[in-house]
Design a binder for this molecule. Structure first.
Ligand SMILES: [Zn+2]
Length: 236
């Protein structure tokens, strides 16, 4: 299978309903992206007590030194009830951070209502980025069939697990929180893309760049004289 590459300089936006979602879903990918020269990141977490926000800040600093972290302080487990505030927080984050090339967001079919809402709203806020919907293993048993993989070296997979433990001590008492859960899913996703370990995503929409001159597809149609509309739906 061939790999599709991302451009050299990237800004990445990571959004999470709860502290730890982003790092559980795609901490290995964060570690790999952070190692790329010229790649920057800004994270937004919609819920969290002050103690959990502090954990999320520590996690961001560990997984991606230099990334910015913002918090919306909305109530955990109740995001659908606060639809307008969630949408506003996402637009405010978009307004104060660089336009991203990549957005990391939960899956729009995630069984947790808070995750699901963010997965649905992310593409309505960032229409010019590729949205990678990450997966979160949990009691609900909602893992699906991803379509996009980021292979991870063993070192990054193990580092992800170490950093999760170090950054989120409040979560370690959960019966599901252990290295077997995290490495097991990474290993299974690795099997699916012929790597030792991988993180998997759902991508609902992407444009394939064939490497042609951009003027080639932006030029008006010689038959009609009409050019492409950059944003026909308005992006609200
Ligand atoms: Zn969560």
């Amino acid at each position: 299978m061939i790999g599709l590459s991302l451009p050299e300089r990237l800004h990445v936006v990571g959004i999470a309903a709860h502290p730890d979602d982003l790092e559980i879903g795609c901490g290995g990918t964060l570690l790999q992206l952070a190692a790329r020269p010229g790649t920057t990141a800004s994270f937004l977490t919609l819920t969290g007590t002050p103690a959990r926000e502090a954990e999320a800040r520590a996690a961001a600093a560990a997984f991606w030194p230099g990334a910015s972290s913002a918090f919306a302080g909305l109530p955990d487990g109740r995001l659908p009830e606060h639809w307008g505030a969630v949408k506003a927080a996402l637009h405010e984050h978009a307004a104060r951070t660089p336009a991203p090339d990549v957005v990391l967001a939960p899956r729009p079919d995630d069984a947790h209502q808070d995750h699901r809402l963010l997965g649905e709203l992310a593409p309505t806020v960032w229409r010019d980025a590729v949205v990678l919907h990450y997966e979160i293993p949990k009691w609900d048993g909602d893992l699906g069939r991803p379509d996009t993989y980021v292979p991870l070296p063993a070192q990054a997979a193990r580092r992800k697990v170490e950093l999760l433990d170090a950054a989120y001590p409040s979560q370690k008492a959960h019966d599901w929180w252990d290295a077997e859960t995290f490495l097991g899913l990474l290993r299974l996703r690795g099997v699916e893309c012929r790597a030792r370990y991988a993180e998997a995503f759902v991508v609902r929409k992407a444009v394939l760049d064939l490497g042609l001159d951009p003027a080639h597809h932006l030029a008006p149609d010689p038959g009609t004289g009409v050019g492409p509309d950059r944003d026909p739906a308005g992006g609200a």
